[in-house]
Design a protein around this ligand. Structure first.
Ligand code: CP
Ligand code: NVA
Length: 316
């Protein structure tokens, strides 16, 4: 297994499924009050350049529940000292680094310069932790075999979509991006996804075409963190892509509604959809905790995920 958790594309499909199985097991242990202190005495530094509710709380809580400790740092990388120097300091004190940054290259550089694991907790390019929790949620609602499922991602081809594209290039699942022209995502990522996809990988501008037969309709904010000055322009461009009852009506009747949160209600999603019976966005938020605990336990212990999973099985 690779040292860091930067991109789902760095892992094999089997390794990603192993993370998900471990996440299910850790969720079961947590829910039934069974101790699982796999990281006793281990420490994690959390670097946040951007705001966060879910990621910040679940990484801190996850380390606590695993018997470890986390140290929170609100800082901007590359300002006071170089990124390699930050990496060379942190590796002397802690067992792992979690970083949420603007520039993706900064997380990559941290990982290259530190001997300890680095976890990507969102960059302008990727958000892999989110997709692990999303897929854990999808499996809970639609079953473990994702190969016949269709996920329609409606809106901006952004960091969250990029990580979905990377997932689809490793694990069988059908993924469609439904977006306005000019918002199809990073061509390097979508080209690779189109080439390596294990199921159908489609990009369309037509909601009726893109949402047809969808088992899950996913959306995210129209302007991500760092794009605030484009908010007004994007509101006009993305308006036809608001996920409301009419748009949900184009998908399967039992299609799930998914959102990574935070949601801008009345913009990318209407209140009736996000608060409706098919919305699983708070399940996704809950699973951030369990999915990230699987990543933390696997990377900070230095064991292979599958070994960890079988070790836990013996505690039943
Ligand atoms: N979904 C997500 O990453 O939420 P936060 O920005 O609140 O961490
Ligand atoms: N695309 C969003 C995700 C927030 C969790 C952003 O980067 O702001």
């Amino acid at each position: 297994m690779v040292k860091d958790f930067i991109s789902l594309a760095d892992y094999t499909g089997a390794e990603i499924i192993a993370f998900l199985n471990l996440a299910d097991e850790l969720k079961r242990l947590q829910k039934t009050g069974r101790p699982h202190k796999l990281l006793e005495g281990k420490t994690l530094a959390l670097i946040f350049e951007k705001p966060s509710l879910r990621t910040r709380l679940t990484f801190q809580l996850g380390m606590f529940q695993l018997g470890g400790f986390s140290l929170l740092m609100d800082m901007r990388l590359g300002e006071r000292e170089s990124v390699p120097d930050v990496a060379r300091n942190l590796e002397r004190w802690v067992d792992g680094i979690m970083a949420r940054t603007y520039r993706h290259e900064h997380v990559v550089q941290l990982a290259q310069c530190a001997s300890i694991p680095v976890i990507n907790a969102l960059t302008d390019k990727l958000h892999p932790c989110q997709i692990l929790a999303d897929v854990q949620t999808l499996r809970e609602h639609k079953g473990a075999d994702l190969s016949s499922l269709k996920v329609a991602f409606v809106g901006d081809g952004n960091n969250v979509f990029h990580s979905w594209a990377n997932f689809a290039s490793r694990v069988p699942l059908n993924l469609t991006l439904v977006c306005p022209e000019g918002y199809e995502g990073d061509p390097e990522i979508t080209r690779r996804a189109a080439k390596e996809a294990k199921g159908a990988f489609v990009i369309t501008h037509d909601p009726a075409d893109g949402l047809k037969d969808a088992d899950a309709v996913y959306t995210d904010v129209w302007a991500s963190m760092g794009q605030e000055e484009e908010t007004a322009l994007r509101e006009t461009i993305f308006a036809p892509y608001q996920v409301n009852e009419k748009l949900m009506g184009l998908a399967k009747p039992d299609a799930l509604f998914m959102h990574c949160l935070p949601a801008h209600r009345g913009h990318e999603v209407s209140d009736d959809v996000i608060d409706g019976p098919n919305s699983v966005c708070f399940d996704q938020a809950e699973n951030r905790l369990h999915a990230q605990k699987a990543v933390l336990a696997s990377l900070l212990r230095g064991d292979r995920v599958l070994n960890m999973f079988s070790e836990l099985k013996h505690t039943k």
